[in-house]
Design a binder for this molecule. Sequence first.
Ligand SMILES: Cc1ncc(COP(=O)(O)O)c(C=O)c1O
Length: 377
Amino acid sequence: MKVYFDNAATTPMHPEVLEAMVPVLSAQFGNPSSIHSFGRETRALIENARKTVAKLLNAAPAEIFFTSGGTEADNMAIRRTIYDKRIKHAISAATEHHAVSHTLEELEKEGSIHLHNLDVDTQGQINMAQLESLLQAHPGAFVSLMHANNETGTVIDIAKVGAMCKQYGAIFHSDTVQTMAHFRYDLSSTHIDLLTGAAHKFHGPKGIGFLYLSNRLQITPFITGGAQERNMRGGTENVYGIVGLAKAMEIAYRDLDHDVAHVTSIKYKMMRMLEAEIPGVRFNGDTSEGNLYTVLNVSFPPSDMAETLLFSLDINGIAASGGSACSSGSNVGSHVLRAMNADSNRPAVRFSFSKFNTMDEVEYCVAKLKEIFAVTA
Ligand SMILES: Cc1ncc(COP(=O)(O)O)c(C=O)c1O
């Protein structure tokens, strides 16, 4: 049996997405900047996709900019806002994805900003009182706090953070790469200036994402070049990717209620079975309802096989990841779990689920884990 429990790293494409992309890949090849009919056809595909994304977020089409993915959208949001607005103080947390934390750290190193990382508790929850006092001390700061953590699934109250940012005149960027198309957003009523999405996290293609840039905020391009994306991102557009992204998002929101219920039941079944079958098992992050239902970070009891746990799962056909998949292979451990003061003797595995997973897969995975731990007990 092959089981894919690494959906926070990336998801398989939805068949309907592929169906929407194939005609574009095979026949609609015009450059969207060309004024002839071939170009006008692909231009229309892009603008329709932009309208779809905007509508689903209750935003305006002019607030959506397509990028090569989450990393580029985060870089564009952070670098261009901080440079253009000459911001001197940034507030973030050590649990952010490296697309955010490495970008902010580089800006600090070059002397552009002072970076203030909020304390997080053992579940990865930020300290709201500390956020408020930093906002008071540094009016007009840049705040970058992710909606849900990609390793633990802990969700922060972005509506509350947004309201605080509004109160103190701060600019609020939220990395929503893990929650986009998994949670509903109403950007007409939630105060967020910049947020980011990547299609491959919600059954769309890789290499395509977007930045939502509130019309309250004006910034200059991160990638300079041609006049594409209304002068905000040079380069011929990834037309089939854009079509795939919009289709994937449309499907995700169409099926959201059903999929949330299904994936949540998978996660909680896995938790209950692990607790029953593997003594001493715990969970990293906040696993209560309202957190990211696609992610379950399991803290296994200390054992000799910690180093080989992912390998043992892999040879049994189970794909999961240790910490963030974006940095797997680097062997430096998880910066997120370190920031949460997690016990470094306990191996941590992130299992992440999608609408395509089944209860049988959970049962198979837990049975295999039981075998793996029985050998070393
Ligand atoms: C929270 C978060 N932000 C940003 C990214 C980067 O997205 P992309 O791979 O599309 O560049 C990821 C990918 O894992 C992520 O989980």
